[in-house]
Design a protein around this ligand. Structure first.
Ligand code: SAM
Length: 245
């Protein structure tokens, strides 16, 4: 079973959007204005690139290997430029960007050190990299693991844990700044919107579990939510920050 982002691109924006908390965390750490060049690496349909461009006026560039995802991104914001590329080839000159971020991408990267090497090449000295992901502890804490137990196993195999990201960055001679958790342990209401996301397989892991488990989990989720909205605790995410020396 494989994740096909060209196919996923058709409905990605029906179920996923930019988390504004992340935009504000980026802004707290990096000064951004119309002279700042920023790379959204693995930009997908450009949800973050679009919001960040509108909030900061910075020059945002998106890079993603999926034609389908980039098509959607281009239609969203003509002030952002989108290019085909991946962890081995980011089509920009050396030392071009002031800041690089990636949201929910690192689990798709086959060799993290290769990616860091390429990110470092296109980043200016003293420029920062921010990786938004989930730790293995956060993956285990996702409320929907109860309905789809194999997703935790599948995702712990795909997602490098935070220590692995830190050591890979250091091995590529990046300076590790810190890791920050965000939006964790918050009570949220879970209702029809989440059922819609699951029905449309809005997270790539739903493409990676057995169909029988997916269908059973969805049935259980729907019947519990039918009774009443559920109040559940969020697992949150982790930001891992590096700087180019
Ligand atoms: C879950 S989506 C995240 C998209 C976007 N960053 C967001 O937060 O909405 C993962 C993205 O990673 C991209 N991707 C997959 N393999 C990649 C690679 N080797 N290098 C860069 N991006 C990759 C996919 O095409 C997809 O758009």
């Amino acid at each position: 079973m494989e994740v096909d982002y060209n196919k996923i691109s058709r409905q990605y924006d029906d179920v996923r959007s930019a988390d504004l908390k992340l935009i504000s965390l980026f802004s707290e750490e990096v000064e951004m204005n119309e002279n700042t060049r920023i790379l959204d690496f693995g930009c997908g349909t450009g949800n973050y690139a679009d919001k960040l461009q509108k909030v900061t006026g910075a020059k945002i560039y998106g890079v993603d290997p999926s034609d389908g995802m980039r098509e959607k991104a281009k239609a969203k914001n003509s002030n952002v430029v989108f290019y085909k590329g991946n962890d081995k080839n980011i089509p920009f000159d050396n030392n071009f960007f002031h800041f690089i971020y990636m949201t929910d991408v690192i689990h798709h990267i086959p060799e993290i050190r290769v990616m860091f090497n390429e990110l470092k090449r296109v980043l200016k000295s003293n420029g920062k990299i921010c990786i938004a992901t989930q730790s293995h502890t956060q993956i285990e804490k996702r409320f929907y693991v109860k309905y789809f137990p194999t997703t935790a196993k599948v995702d712990k195999e795909r997602y490098p844990d935070i220590e692995k990201i830190i050591s890979s960055g250091k091995e590529e001679n990046l300076e590790y700044i810190n890791s920050v958790t965000y939006c964790d342990n918050q009570l949220v209401k879970v209702g029809k919107e989440f059922v819609n996301l699951v029905e449309r397989k809005g997270y790539s892991m739903f493409h990676l579990i057995e169909d029988s488990e997916y269908k059973q989990g969805l049935r259980r989720l729907k019947s519990e939510i039918k009774e009443k909205e559920l109040e559940l605790e969020t697992a949150g995410g982790t930001l891992v920050w590096f700087k180019k020396k």
